[in-house]
Design a binder for this molecule. Structure first.
Ligand SMILES: O=C(O)[C@H]1O[C@H](OP(=O)(O)OP(=O)(O)OC[C@H]2O[C@@H](n3ccc(=O)[nH]c3=O)[C@H](O)[C@@H]2O)[C@H](O)[C@@H](O)[C@@H]1O
Length: 439
């Protein structure tokens, strides 16, 4: 045992090697018997080491290149082409904007990018394609945008180098910031993801915007959830928003304060939009109207929450096309940012608007409308609303948006859900009366 230990851990390595490795030594001696052979061996070893090192550095460089999904001349050409406005010369609407849309493969991001592109504005998207919900839906939205000439960069808004590069390549006039960790109840499962996207990501984006020259005007998605436990209806922008009921709401409220700071110090033009439960085709599978549809069609039960004293929950469900009009109206009316070189040159606009439908509908009513359009009865489990961050109702006062953005919602829940169901059945391959689908 002692011998073995000494073999493995010699106290004086050089000496021991010579004494104990006699056989090997004799062999080596034969190999290096002549000086010229030794010289050739040394040369061979140096050559091997050099080629190993250069191979390693090639592998390092190429793996870095492969790991980054952005960069390079071809990539820059794609960005520039996608960002270029294509409004006809002399168009009444002006020369057109170049808009960086974050969360472009998301629900609202896809619809807004498409609408901007269709009216001739330049759009470049950024999206991290995370797996909060089925990424294949996000990829399908990306394919839809690509077919209209909108390019989406796969990257995270926390990547300051990527954002700086994008502003380097394109002098974006506007940023439509929609990338976020959405969902009210998921915040209890994964709180860090809300801090990562809605706080850290927002600050990284604002830093890039404040450093950009010219600075873009920023329109971004806040949420109706900032009204939290406010019970004064309808919710007006002047109502209190200091009682959030969920971490999600708290991060959106924090976003409103953070954007105010960047407006105040650096002169960034800011418009925050408080969206009220947006729904429609290409929507988010985590939302109630979407998951209810999936379960009803698959014959599975749905859970309907009910408030205290058996009061039904209600939401001011807002159709996606109305939200798109509110977003584009905000971009069109956003005043310019005033800073250069990271310094404010004068006051810049700071605005907040409710974008709702002003017609709340109860959750049981939502289910009845879905049953009608799907022609299938839901299996309902009605349970008391768990303490998971939900609020009992939402209802938007939209006077300010109507006055300043010309915002006027026109789609009620019945019409909007009919369009959603039509899209859902076609996207997931349901034919009328059939239960076959690709879900
Ligand atoms: O307005 C907003 O700002 C928010 O709207 C939605 O949040 P929420 O209104 O909670 O939308 P859903 O998750 O679709 O829930 C709608 C209603 O259905 C209820 N619900 C949800 C899920 C369920 O299984 N059962 C059920 O009864 C909820 O309690 C709620 O009253 C979005 O998910 C948020 O990302 C967004 O910010």
């Amino acid at each position: 045992m002692r011998v073995l230990e000494e073999d493995l851990f010699p106290s004086t390595p050089g000496k021991v090697k010579i004494e104990r490795a006699g056989a090997m030594n004799r062999q080596l001696h034969r190999c290096f018997a002549s000086t010229s052979t030794m010289f050739l061996w040394a040369l061979f070893l140096v050559a091997m080491t050099a080629s190993y090192l250069s191979f390693q550095s090639f592998v390092d460089t190429s793996s870095k290149y492969l790991a980054a999904s952005w960069g390079g001349l071809h990539w820059e050409r794609q960005i520039r082409a996608s960002a270029a406005p294509r409004r006809p010369p002399g168009s009444a609407a002006g020369a057109g904007m170049s808009v960086l849309v974050t969360g472009a493969a998301g629900f609202v991001g896809t619809h807004c990018s498409l609408a901007l592109r269709k009216r001739g504005d330049g759009v470049v998207g950024v999206d991290n394609f995370n797996a909060y919900y089925d990424p294949s839906l996000k990829k399908a939205r990306r394919a839809l945008l690509a077919s209209h000439g909108v390019f989406i960069v796969e990257g995270d808004i926390n990547d300051g180098r990527l954002l700086a590069k994008l502003f380097d390549v394109v002098p974006f006039t506007h940023v439509l910031h929609l990338a976020a960790q959405a969902g009210v109840r998921y915040a209890m499962q994964n709180p860090a993801s809300y801090v990562h996207s809605n706080i850290a990501g927002l600050v990284t984006l604002l830093e890039a915007c404040k450093d950009a020259d010219p600075q873009p005007a920023i329109v971004w998605a806040s949420s109706s959830s900032v009204y939290g436990l406010n019970d004064k209806v309808p919710f007006s922008e002047r109502d209190r928003t200091d009682q959030p009921a969920s971490l999600y709401a708290a991060t959106k409220k924090a976003g409103e304060e953070i954007t105010h700071t960047y407006n105040h110090i650096y002169g960034l033009s800011i418009t925050g939009l408080r969206f009220f439960t947006v729904y429609g085709p290409w929507g988010r599978p985590d939302m109630a109207y979407f998951s209810f549809t999936r379960n009803i069609l698959q014959g599975k039960p749905i859970t309907v929450y009910r408030g205290k004293d058996r009061v039904d929950l209600a939401r001011d469900f807002t159709y996606i096309d109305d939200i798109v009009k509110g977003c584009l109206g905000s971009l069109d009316t956003a005043g310019k940012s005033t800073g250069t070189g990271g310094k404010k040159r004068g006051p810049a606009p700071y605005r907040i608007f409710n974008l709702g439908n002003t017609a709340p509908v109860t959750v049981p009513n939502l289910v009845s409308i879905l049953e009608k359009h799907l022609r299938v009865k839901a299996k309902k489990n009605v349970v008391e609303m768990p303490g998971n961050g939900d609020v009992p109702f939402t209802h938007a006062n939209i006077t300010l948006a109507r006055q300043q953005l010309g915002y006027k919602p026109t789609t009620n829940l019945d019409v909007g859900l009919k369009k959603f169901v039509k899209w859902y059945q076609s996207y997931y391959g349901y034919t009328r009366g059939s239960k076959n689908s690709r879900q």
